[in-house]
Structure formats: C-alpha cells, structure tokens
Design a protein around this ligand. Structure first.
Ligand SMILES: [Fe+2]
Ligand SMILES: [Fe+2]
Length: 347
C-alpha cells in the first residue's frame, strides 16, 4: 500500500514547484527532485529503491499488480490535491513540517520493525537513505515556508497545512492497521460463516485428551531468587481459538508474574495455593476455576506440600492474530528468548 505513496512522491514536490513564484526556491526544489530521481542514476530513484525492497525483501514479484485499497488511493489522491490546491506557503508547510520533517522518525520506526522481522540492514537502504537525507529536503521546504512569514495569515495557513498532512497520514496508517487486523482474522471468520464441522478432519487425539496423552513441551523457567519454577505443556487439541495448556508448579514454587493479550481460564486440578490477579489474591485448590482477564498482571503460587497442576485454557490462537504487537514483550525475565515463536502465556 505504501508503494503508491512513494511512487507518487515526486508529483507532490512538482506540484509545489508549479505554484512557487521564486525561481531560487524552484531551483532548490529541483535539487530535491534530482535526488529523489536518483541523480545521474535513474535506476536508483527512490521509488525504484522501494520497489526493489518490495521485490527482493518482501517477495512481491509483480509490484505493478499490487491491489491498492480504496483508502490508499484516496490518501494519495488527497495528498496530491493538497499539494496542488493549497496556496504556496501552506503547501510548503504541508510538505515540509507535515511530511518531510517527520520522515526520518517514521522511517526509523519502520526500520526497527523490519529489523525485528529479521531483514538485514543491507536490504533496508530505502529507509536508511531517508533517515539520512530527508532532513535536508525538509530544510528547503521549511525555508520556502518561512519566506512567506511576513504575509498576513501566514501562521494559520501553515498550521492548517501541517495539520492536514499529519491527519491524512494518521488516517492512512489507521486504515492500514484495521486492514491488517481484519486480514489476519478473516480465515477464521470465514470458517465460522461456512457452517462446516471442523471435527471432520481431526484425529481422535485432537478432540479428546486424556491423562498421559501426548503433550507439546512449551515453556519452563526457573529463577531461584524469585522462587519461580514451573513447566507448561500444550495440549494438542484441534482448537481454532482456544489454546489449552497444562501447567505444573512444584511445592512452594510460583510461576512468573506476567501479563498478556490473551485471556485465560485457570482450572485447578491438583494442589493448593493462590492466584494473584492485579492487586487481588484468590486462595485456590483442586476444582476451583479462576479467570485471568486480558492484560491483568497475574501469578499462580503453589503454597501446598504437593505439586500443583492446573489447566490453563487461553484464547491465544485468537489473540495472537488479533493483537498487533509483540506477543512476547510481556516477559519479565531476560533469561528467556524473547523471540521464540510461541510465548509463555501459561496460566
Ligand atoms: Fe525519497
Ligand atoms: Fe498467563
């Protein structure tokens, strides 16, 4: 979606050039355009660098066939409209402070995210380049904006232009966020609408788990000084939303104090102790059921003389799709690999 914006960017600068009466500023804007165009190497124009990134790093083979969302087309259309229609001082503010001025910061965030997704710096040239060079581009546009400072209504016109640019981009990113969340949930929502039994292709073991049945080791941790020791195993049932886990805590030990996007129903099978939820304490024993709401800080403490065992039924398979963020960033202890695919989220 962002490609439509990057490939249109030189049109915005060109629009301001057309309305700019000063030949000095037009020549300086043409320098911006020259750099955007890759200078003497058109193959290195910024739109092409972004296209290379899409092809080589994100595996989008046919960039020309990207299906742009209506909100993306509207965003770029509005951006061009504003660049063309605003009076020059407001258009300069629109592109200077409202656009180029925030690019380094915005691209730093994108760069950090792409690095975390595992992309090497060698593939992030487009972002590194703009973090470095768009400050200069912003200065030219800022000086153009400032050259009108003695005109009546200058401040209001510029403030309006800046606000318009920031609002347009905020709307675009909000739409992108919604679209991403919807796309991740869409297959599950479709299966609900399909009204076809998902038990059809499931093994017996994926529908019925018994004591001693196969489980998947998921997570364990021991931190002596915090009295933490526990193990989490996943029950391999064929659930779309629910992700049930068996948690074991030795006598006198605790699991981690932690919180997460998923909600959890804790059903105590054996043992006794207490469950802490935010600032509340619930004494528990075999047969008790406790709900841990999303993002509530919680911890289970085994205060009895025997092992504590409980079933923690989470909605992790839903929340890991619906929550757009690092599902492991709630971890309290640095001895755990924060990048592992399946986070703790035990009880
Ligand atoms: Fe650029
Ligand atoms: Fe938990």
């Amino acid at each position: 979606q962002y490609h439509l914006y990057t490939t249109s960017f030189t049109r915005f600068i060109a629009a301001v050039m057309v309305s700019c009466e000063s030949d000095l500023f037009r020549s300086r804007l043409s320098q911006n355009l020259w750099e955007e165009g890759g200078g003497c190497e058109p193959a290195r124009r910024h739109a092409q660098l972004f296209r290379n990134f899409l092809q080589h790093s994100l595996g989008i083979a046919e960039v020309d066939r990207i299906d742009y969302a209506p909100f993306t087309r509207l965003f770029v259309r509005d951006y061009l409209d504003q660049s063309q229609r605003l009076e020059t001082m407001a258009a300069a503010a629109f592109l200077a402070v409202g656009t180029e001025g925030i690019v380094p910061r915005v691209y730093e965030i994108m760069q950090a995210g792409l690095r975390r997704a595992g992309l090497p710096d060698s593939e992030l040239e487009f972002f590194a380049l703009h973090i470095a060079c768009d400050d200069d581009h912003a200065v030219t546009l800022e000086q153009l904006m400032a050259s009108y400072a003695d005109r009546p209504g200058w401040f209001e016109a510029c403030a309006g232009g800046i606000t318009r640019a920031l609002d347009l981009r905020t709307e675009f990113f909000d739409h992108l966020f919604d679209a991403l969340q919807t796309a991740r949930l869409a297959p599950m929502l479709q299966r609900m609408q399909d009204r076809v039994s998902l038990a059809r292709n499931a093994d017996d073991a994926a529908l019925c788990h018994r004591p001693g049945g196969t489980t998947i080791a998921m997570y364990e941790n021991t931190v002596e000084k915090l009295n933490i020791q526990f193990t989490v195993e996943r029950l391999p049932v064929a659930a779309e939303v629910l992700d049930p886990r068996m948690v074991r805590i030795p006598p006198g030990k605790y699991n981690e104090k932690h919180k997460h996007a998923h909600e959890t129903l804790i059903h105590i099978l054996e043992g006794s102790g207490q469950v802490l939820i935010d600032d509340r304490v619930f004494p528990v024993r075999g047969g008790d059921t406790v709900l841990v709401p999303r993002w509530a800080m919680h911890q289970t403490q085994n205060l009895g003389p025997t092992e504590m065992r409980f079933l923690a039924v989470t909605d992790f398979n839903l929340s890991q799709r619906a929550y757009l963020g690092d599902a492991t960033d709630y971890r309290m202890h640095s001895d755990v690999d924060g990048r592992q695919r399946r986070p703790a989220g035990h009880g």
